[in-house]
Design a protein around this ligand. Structure first.
Ligand code: UD1
Ligand code: UDP
Length: 404
């Protein structure tokens, strides 16, 4: 597979970033395990760290991995539930950052994480995705003296929309990362175009899909549909992008579309707390919900959400992860955005961009419901083994002290 060729070349060289080029002589004492700090803070991070931590913990001779929870998300249904469901060990370190403006939230995480780094002195900080926790911990690590190396999982994705906070987080994190683990060829190209050296880039696949493949059978046994009293066909909706939910006009346009779609098919809507807050602030939610056939729910656990996602006739969403999951599940996905940092879900998957125009959403929803499941092409390396590839690359890196 060409996509892993850089990993294989790196493995042959003995170090993916070219720093550790020689194997220790046979007589040398074994190297101490690499000390890793793995960062998670917000909902989509938990699905991504779960398989990584599992891989690292399976190899205690190679890795001493500790989990840091920044506390960016803190509600039971946005955080703790995923630790139980996805069998993620309790975080060793909790930064308790909580919600605030971008600057304040990022600064709180940075301040707390600097203390952790001074104490822990890891060889690597491993960050995932594109949330504020990802950015904050990368910046602190890269500015330590001496710097702590950063590995970014899900590197290189670009929406080319700098009004999106995540795009800033992606660009900065990638610029600071020593290892860039990517999911798709477009991500490799983006990184190369920004000047990242090829030796840093490793296409390994998609850790979010590792989690999907591991838990999809368990989710088949969920009784969530019976508990909701709903049977297929239904549509599933998630919504939380600031461009959609913090803007009264955009949110109004989307809810006008849902009012129409909801008359044709039930729409299940596990609502993100940000969206609940904004719906209340704009006075939009309950009346619209009751009249339109829209069923507003609390955020769901992963197992229940996956059960609903797999069986939905249509998913409407502005989530990043949901675009990828629907692609693998073969479920039509209408993305309520004008752009995506995950173009492979358009070319190989079931995703279609529609923006927030009322008529366009209704028209595309009807079209996709009539067409049924979409044809898709397999995506190389989205096979459930991405975390194992990442562990293999990291295992070839030297420790900070170089102590053998
Ligand atoms: C964050 C990420 C986004 C990701 C999303 C996943 C950034 C910039 N954004 O967006 O990329 O797609 O998480 O869900 O990092 N809130 C609660 N309880 C919680 C968490 C949040 O009530 O446990 C509410 C608070 O009112 C908070 C708001 O949601 O102010 C937004 O939370 P925040 O973490 O700032 O951003 P998200 O919109 O969740
Ligand atoms: N998800 C979940 N419960 C929900 C909605 C989503 O478990 O009620 C899962 C979903 O399956 C995916 C992840 O949350 O694995 C996506 O997170 P989110 O949409 O919050 O963030 P994004 O991917 O947009 O950054």
């Amino acid at each position: 597979m060409s996509s892993t060729s850089s990993s294989r070349r790196a493995a042959r060289r003995g170090g993916a970033d070219g720093r550790a080029t020689r194997r220790p002589p046979a007589s040398a004492p074994p190297r101490r395990p690499l000390r890793l700090l793995l960062i998670a803070g917000a909902r989509p991070n938990f699905m991504k760290v779960a398989p990584l931590l599992r891989e690292f913990r399976r190899r205690p001779a190679l890795f001493d991995a500790r989990l840091v929870h920044t506390g960016q998300h803190y509600d039971e249904l946005m955080s703790d539930i995923f630790f139980d469901e996805l069998e993620i060990p309790k975080p060793e370190i909790h930064l308790g950052a909580g919600s605030a403006s971008h600057a304040v939230q990022t600064a709180r995480i940075m301040e707390a994480f600097e203390k952790v780094l001074l104490e822990e002195r890891p060889d690597w900080v491993v960050v995932v995705g594109d949330v504020n926790s990802t950015l904050a911990c990368s910046v602190v690590a890269a500015k330590m003296s001496p710097p702590v190396r950063v590995a970014h999982v899900e590197a290189g994705l670009r929406s080319r929309d700098r009004t999106m906070p995540e795009e800033i987080n992606r660009i900065v994190t990638d610029a600071l990362s020593d290892l860039l683990f990517t999911t798709s060829p477009d991500a490799d190209r983006n990184l190369r175009a920004e000047g990242a050296p090829a030796r840093r880039i490793h296409r390994v696949g998609n850790v979010m899909i590792d989690t999907l493949r591991r838990f999809v059978e368990r989710s088949d046994r969920s009784d969530i549909l019976a508990r909701l009293g709903v049977a297929p066909p239904y549509a599933l909706l998630t919504l939380h992008r600031p461009s959609n939910v913090d803007d009264r006009q955009a949110l109004g346009r989307i809810f006008a579309a849902l009012a129409t779609i909801g008359k044709e098919i039930p729409v299940l809507f596990p609502a993100h707390p940000r969206t609940v807050k904004m719906l209340r602030e704009f006075g939009l939610a309950p009346a619209e919900g009751v009249r339109s056939g829209l069923r507003v729910l609390e955020p769901l656990g992963y197992i229940e959400f996956l059960h609903l996602e797999k069986r939905a006739a249509l998913v409407l969403s502005d989530s990043g992860g949901v675009q990828e999951e629907t692609t693998i599940l073969g479920v039509p996905c209408l993305t309520l955005r004008d752009n995506t940092e995950r173009p492979i879900t358009l070319t190989h998957g079931t995703n279609r961009l529609v923006g927030s125009d009322t008529h366009a959403i209704v028209r595309e929803a009807r079209r996709m419901l009539a067409a049924g499941p979409r044809r898709r092409r397999p995506i190389p390396l989205w096979d459930g083994k991405a975390a194992a590839r990442i562990a293999a690359v990291l295992a070839n890196q030297g420790t900070t002290s170089g102590a053998f």
